[in-house]
Design a protein around this ligand. Structure first.
Ligand code: C2E
Ligand code: CA
Ligand code: CA
Length: 560
């Protein structure tokens, strides 16, 4: 044996073994060929003895890891070891037939190689265990988020990602299903659903659990339709005996990865499918949503609004516009609603562009408090200038409802400008959940005690009912624009009857009633007929900049 040859062969062997994560399932004979050649080894085996039962053939498993006949059956080196699972592992090497016996150097080198084999196998078991911990979901027989990212990362690196479509799937109503059939059965149902998808997928595709009832898939473009079919709804048998079946479906956000785009990365893919999935979920439908340019633009808008917001509020780019509320008795100004406008880079941005974005975080609360502060500072100036101010209403997002010190925060702002409480009205929309209802009741009671007015905004859309209104001590009911009858296209007067009834009920409950979005003289006439005393809408004024609104305060009379 030449030393240089041996060392080269040893290095080659170690390099090869280190490069593979798993020596158990892989054929290592190629890796061993050079070192076995140099050391004149003909065959190598590993025998695992279950629980050290060395004499029991039923508890013994031998794997031949290298075999190149002819072999001298009588000349063998054996190394015995103990595995991590406390089994005996015996590594054996046989000499090539018809050659001189191994010398001392060769024997010690062979012993070293056998020990190395044991080490590599032990290491691979460790890697396997670690992989299981790192890359598998702990509850389901399925890969996890980390593995998904690694898997699509490999597809990107191999320039194969253009053949694929990625999906973010969220099981629909799964918490309800869990409540109905129990958590354990819920898990079973989830596993069956996963298996149905797996059946349609090859080894080059993947489904992984992202957490909870969220899954990420990567499938070949040609397979996408079949997978989406399952996601759109599949019957699953929960009880074989009674044949009880439930329908399980998932909303899907899909990104069909373009061919030949080298800028695509796993995190871009993940962002795009989760965005599309959010939209799919919000739509409430089962149709999959495909990521496209429009979604990309909307998402960039969200990013830039969120990024620009802190500087914008510091630079006071948000301005208060005032829309007058008009008394239908004398057509005089009776109050106003403060509405936000963002003056950004020379353009006026309306709230429909940024409010919903700010509502994704607590930014909206900062904006609302800022608006309240601006309104109070204006009222203070009007009072000091001897103008007779009217009650100004300020919109508060439902996001504030979780703030247990909300009333304290509101009052500290108003009081810092020394503004009489009765000049401020807080507009809040109704809530649907019990917990919000509970908070809402507490907050409104507190605000009223402090002498502020509180109004139900947008009454008539969503879930509002007069019954719910009764539960909370509001002062003002703001009838949404959509509730106002379309006088031209309502021949049987049904909506008019409903509208009249709502106004009468509100007044019977002692609530002030104001109609929003009033645009025509006919609507004004109808409101007067039904004894609605207040209106707000384009027929009188659009939301006005502060300076214009101040002119309205000095005794302006409206006419229609
Ligand atoms: P909202 O509270 O229902 O405000 C009334 C909206 O109706 C305003 O839209 C107003 O300009 C519009 N409007 C008034 N009269 C008419 C009319 O005759 N016809 C029509 N078609 N529309 C009319 P704006 O100012 O674009 O505000 C939209 C929404 O943004 C507001 O709806 C409110 O929910 C929200 N918002 C505005 N400012 C703030 C704010 O400072 N904080 C919070 N949280 N939300 C705000
Ligand atoms: Ca409002
Ligand atoms: Ca409204």
């Amino acid at each position: 044996m030449k030393n240089k040859e041996y060392l080269d062969a040893l290095e080659y062997f170690i390099d090869k073994m280190l490069a593979i994560p798993d020596t158990i399932n892989i054929d290592v004979s190629d890796h061993l060929s050079r070192i076995c050649d140099v050391l004149r080894i003909s065959r190598m085996t590993v025998t695992i003895y279950d629980n050290y039962r060395l004499s029991d053939p039923d508890h013994r498993r031998t794997v031949v890891i290298y075999d190149k006949p002819p072999c001298d059956e009588s000349c063998c080196i054996v190394r015995r070891n103990v595995t991590a699972a406390e089994n005996a592992a015996v590594y054996s090497a046989w000499q090539r037939a018809g050659e001189d016996e191994w010398d001392e150097d060769e024997i010690s080198s062979i012993t070293r190689v056998l020990d190395l084999m044991f080490l590599f196998n032990g290491r691979s078991k460790l890697i396997k265990d670690a992989e299981k911990l790192i890359f598998f979901d702990h509850d389901m027989d399925i890969r996890n988020h980390k593995f998904y990212m690694r898997f699509i990362g490999q597809l990107c690196a191999q320039n194969k990602i253009g053949d694929y479509a990625a999906i973010f799937a969220n099981l629909r109503r799964f918490s309800v299903i869990n409540q109905q059939i129990g958590r354990e059965n819920g898990n079973k149902v989830m596993q069956i659903f996963i298996n149905k998808l797996k059946e349609l997928m090859s080894d080059e595709e993947l489904i992984a659990r992202i957490g909870g009832d969220n899954f990420a898939l990567i499938v070949r473009k040609g397979n996408l339709k079949r997978i989406l079919n399952i996601l759109e709804g599949t019957a699953i048998t929960i009880d074989e005996t009674y044949g009880e079946r439930i329908m399980l479906s998932a909303t899907a956000g899909v990104y069909v990865v373009p061919d030949n785009d080298s800028s695509i990365s796993p995190s871009i893919i993940m962002d795009r499918i989760s965005l599309a999935s959010h939209i799919a979920r919000a739509s409430g439908k089962t149709d999959p949503v495909f990521f496209n340019q429009e979604i990309m633009n909307a998402s960039q808008r969200v990013t830039s609004i969120t990024a620009d917001f802190p500087a914008a509020i510091a630079k006071k780019e948000f301005k208060v516009y005032y829309q007058p509320k008009v008394s239908l008795e004398g057509y005089t100004i009776a109050g106003a609603e403060a509405l936000c406008r963002w003056i950004h880079n020379g353009r006026i941005i309306t709230p429909d562009v940024f409010i919903s974005v700010l509502e994704r975080s607590m930014d909206i609360c900062r904006l609302d408090f800022y608006m309240l502060g601006e309104v109070c500072s204006h009222i203070r100036k009007w009072l000091d200038a001897g103008l007779e101010p009217v009650r100004i209403s300020v919109n508060l997002s439902r996001r504030h409802l979780s703030d247990i010190d909300l009333t304290k925060h509101i009052l500290s702002i108003i009081d810092s400008y020394d503004v009489p409480h009765e000049l401020i009205e807080i507009e809040l929309t109704e809530t649907t959940t019990d917990i919000e209802l509970f908070n809402l009741k507490r907050i409104i009671t507190e605000l009223q005690k402090a002498g502020l007015y509180v109004s139900v905004d947008d009454f008539g859309i969503g879930y509002s009912s007069l019954n719910l209104i009764k539960e909370i001590p509001w002062n003002v009911l703001k009838l949404d624009k959509s509730l106002i009858p379309d006088l031209k296209n309502d021949p049987d007067n049904q909506n008019q009857m409903l509208f009249k009834y709502v106004i009468a009920m509100a007044q019977a409950m002692g609530l002030e009633c104001i109609a929003e979005g009033v645009e025509t003289p006919e609507q004004v006439a109808m409101l007067r007929e039904y004894s609605c005393k207040l209106a707000q809408g384009y027929i009188f004024d659009k939301p006005l900049p502060k300076e214009e609104f101040e002119q309205r305060l000095s005794g302006h009379a409206y006419s229609i």
